[in-house]
Design a protein. Structure first.
Length: 454
């Protein structure tokens, strides 16, 4: 079950950063820029957890404000540290720890503030377009909460007009158009003045319903025509100088292989616009398919996974915080393929941050081997001009896999007392390796490091 969290932070930049990071990790996130709006939002239903800024935690009126909604004062609270939100930038490790604490909270559903809910129902009985039309004709203001098999959504209305929407990781008009196509799930509407921080939807309700349904039908037709199924997409040519902003955006996202669903979720463009451009890029040859690119795999069979977990726990280097890590050193292009393959491992958690533009070491994924045992995979682009920054990550590694020749890397590993092994992803050094190959490489690397440590 998706856990819901209400983030309350006066700094809008920090609020947006924290909300995006939490949504990227699968939480249902509600936002408020102060206690008054937090209380208003909680009237339609209590979250599983509250995330508060340090400023609000020190407020002498905090308990009194939360007490205005029955049950809200007893919801578990977590505090954003000043360091994690400095300058509007969220610290990834602290967000990961926060998510872990929230998803492991005891108990099931959050309590619902039923007295604030005007009505509820099932989407199989009344479709969302009909529901929005009904609310629009009555000029209703409030929050329409929707729970679908794919995740939660929310539409905010003022005088019957949709002013903002969210659905899973999507926001604004794109989220609302996606919601219009959902036919399974439940909804509840809580009336009351709603004051979104940002108005992301400028379309009128009547035009939105007509245009939104048209876009849904056209998008489905284009998606069926592409027939990608489990295939992934990857960019094989850079954007041309006269490329549109959307073409540049899609090619940038496809620097790493993505399924069509992942691509549509990551681009801010409406699905129909993105599908039209993807069709053109495939015809031009700027993008190609990867057969079976959506297939998932396990790192190892259960017996070997247990052994790996024990080895990683034993190999953890003293004096270094965080999860034990291994390095994979390769040309930048090949690391992108490794990143994609790692993302298809069942144990993998990908970072929310995008791949750095500069060829510097960066986290590719964190593998959850067992409860409390994680293994961080760090990518080291083999660009010798950036060799001095390798020293920032090598000392904490238990071992490094070198996928291409580099005497400079070998010397750097020797200076850091880190074993470096020449390994391969296959005879041809595939830039788009299968997840099984990358899993075998990681297992081999850990076992070699353990054998050398003795």
């Amino acid at each position: 079950m998706t856990r819901s969290v209400l983030v309350v932070e006066p700094d809008v930049d920090v609020l947006g950063s924290v909300a995006s990071s939490l949504r990227a990790r699968g939480l249902d996130v509600w936002i408020a820029d102060g206690l008054e709006r937090a209380v208003e939002r909680a009237r339609s239903g209590l979250p599983h957890a509250l995330v508060l800024s340090q400023t609000l935690v020190r407020s002498p009126t905090l308990d009194a404000e939360l007490g205005r909604v029955p049950g809200l004062a007893t919801v578990p609270r977590f505090v954003l540290s000043g360091s994690s939100a400095s300058g509007g930038v969220v610290d990834g490790s602290e967000i990961a720890a926060l998510v872990h604490r929230i998803v492991t909270l005891p108990g099931g559903r959050a309590a619902q503030a039923g007295e604030a809910t005007d009505f509820r129902g099932d989407l199989s009985q009344i479709a969302l377009p009909d529901l929005l039309q009904l609310l629009g004709s009555n000029r209703q203001s409030g929050t329409l909460s929707i729970q679908t098999p794919l995740g939660p959504g929310e539409v905010r209305l003022v005088d019957g007009e949709p002013v903002d929407a969210s659905y899973r990781r999507l926001e604004g008009a794109k989220a609302l158009v996606r919601l219009l196509g959902e036919r399974e799930g439940t909804f509840s509407f809580a009336s009351g003045a709603t004051m979104p921080l940002v108005r992301r939807i400028e379309w009128s309700a009547s035009w939105l319903l007509i245009e939104g349904m048209r876009q849904l039908d056209e998008a489905r037709r284009l998606e069926a025509a592409l027939g990608l199924g489990d295939d992934a997409l990857i960019a094989v040519a850079p954007a041309s100088p006269d490329a549109t902003d959307l073409e540049q955006n899609l090619l940038q996202i496809l620097a790493v292989p993505r399924t069509l669903a992942e691509l549509l979720d990551e681009t801010p463009a409406l699905d129909l616009d993105a599908l039209r451009v993807v069709t053109e890029l495939l015809e031009q040859g700027s993008v190609r398919r990867i057969k079976g690119g959506a297939a998932r795999a396990d790192l190892a069979d259960p017996e070997r996974a247990g052994v790996l977990s024990a080895l990683v726990k034993r190999l953890e280097r003293a004096g270094f915080r965080g999860a034990p890590r291994v390095g994979i050193a390769a040309p930048s292009r090949r690391l992108l393929g490794v990143l994609s393959a790692l993302g298809r491992l069942a144990e993998a958690m990908l970072p929310s941050e995008s791949v750095p533009a500069a060829p510097i070491p960066h986290v590719l994924a964190t593998l959850r081997l067992a409860d409390g045992v994680d293994l961080e995979i760090v990518g080291i682009p083999l660009v010798e001009a950036y060799a001095p920054v390798w020293a920032l990550v090598l000392p904490g590694c238990i071992g490094v896999a070198r996928l291409a020749p580099s005497d400079t890397l070998v010397r750097a590993c020797q200076l850091s007392s880190v074993p470096c092994y020449e390994l391969s992803l296959g005879e041809n050094g595939d830039d788009d390796p299968a997840p099984e190959r990358v899993a075998a490489l990681v297992c081999d690397l850990v076992e070699r490091a353990a054998g050398e440590r003795g």
